[in-house]
Write a protein that binds this ligand. Sequence first.
Ligand code: DP6
Length: 393
Amino acid sequence: MISATCVAPVNIALIKYWGKRHEDLILPVNDSISMTLSTDELCAKTTVTASESFETNRMWLNGEEVPFEGSPRLQRCLKEVHRLAVANGSQKVPPSWKIHIASVNNFPTAAGLASSAAGYACLVYSLSRLYDIPLNEELTTVARQGSGSACRSLYGGFVQWHRGALDDGSDSVAKQIAPSSHWPNMHVLILVVNDERKKTASTKGMQQAVKTSQLIKHRVDKVVPERITQLREAIANHDFQTFAEITMKDSNQFHAIALDTFPPCVYMNDVSHRIVSFIHDYNEIMGGYHAAYTFDAGPNACLYVLEENVPHLLDAIQKVFPSDSFDSDTYLRGLSVPKVDKSHKIDPAQRNKIDSLDIIAKNAFRYIIHTKVGEGPRELSADNSLLINGLPL
Ligand code: DP6
């Protein structure tokens, strides 16, 4: 019996992946860029165990057994790992041995975060440790076949998923643009919005968009290529102004395409739209971009903000979206809020303007997660295993 246990991060796209040119291989219509979030606040954790004595492949997700054979994406990932093991001459695990997988997320599903990205990245990374396969671009093509956005979670920092041009997808890979140490004060606030609506799943939504949206063609041919170049440059230069503008515009365009899909996909809700207008008002008061929003296929906002600007932004959020639980331990989760340092004191005119902002909505968020840019997946020691003798704890 042989095991590996690993953690892998969530990533949030700055330039969105939306639309496939091949469904099974998960080949995207455009490049995307994301930032990897620290695993200290949000991560998937997976144990994979292989044994001669296991009769079938089995998997447990957050403690519940899920049908392994029923998932073509899972099976494709395992098949690809076997192929890479042979290609790399790795004989650590005999190919006939079956595997057991247990995976958990350390964040509630209710957070509506891209759990599939962290989950598949963690699965593929754990398998790569088990089968002794190196982490390289080729491994990102395996994670990509689990869930497109998962390929970006194999690296820390800022990551680009190149759409590639080949039919077999071998050049549709993720590459790191810059490590997390390049911009360590890049922080994120995730505003988890109350919302119970049933939404169209990403896979289905993007399929319909490619089929029915005319705007998506313009995005793919013209807008994304320009934005990729500009955003890469903004990251290289620590240029938060350009970074913020591209991020917000790209989120807006993604949701415009969702609405241009027929029938339309509506992912943001009323509170999401109010967050957008608040961020624009806030940035205007501050005289430049101090925060940038982005929304995935759901109503929660992800706000990018430099560490030194976190305290003022949180004050303003509590002013316009007051929460009765603000002082409770469970409302503001994750990193503690840094102290305002002297060089980032807000001037009295700005303070007045923020103080005179109207309340937009009360108790609009379940909670707020404060996190930052982080590293890629890593292996944990055996005492962190989620499986004992191949079965969940
Ligand atoms: C809006 O990677 O979940 O988060 O490839 O079908 O599994 P599949 O989709 P998925 O889509 C993520 C879409 C997004 C944007 C992004 O992460 O780039």
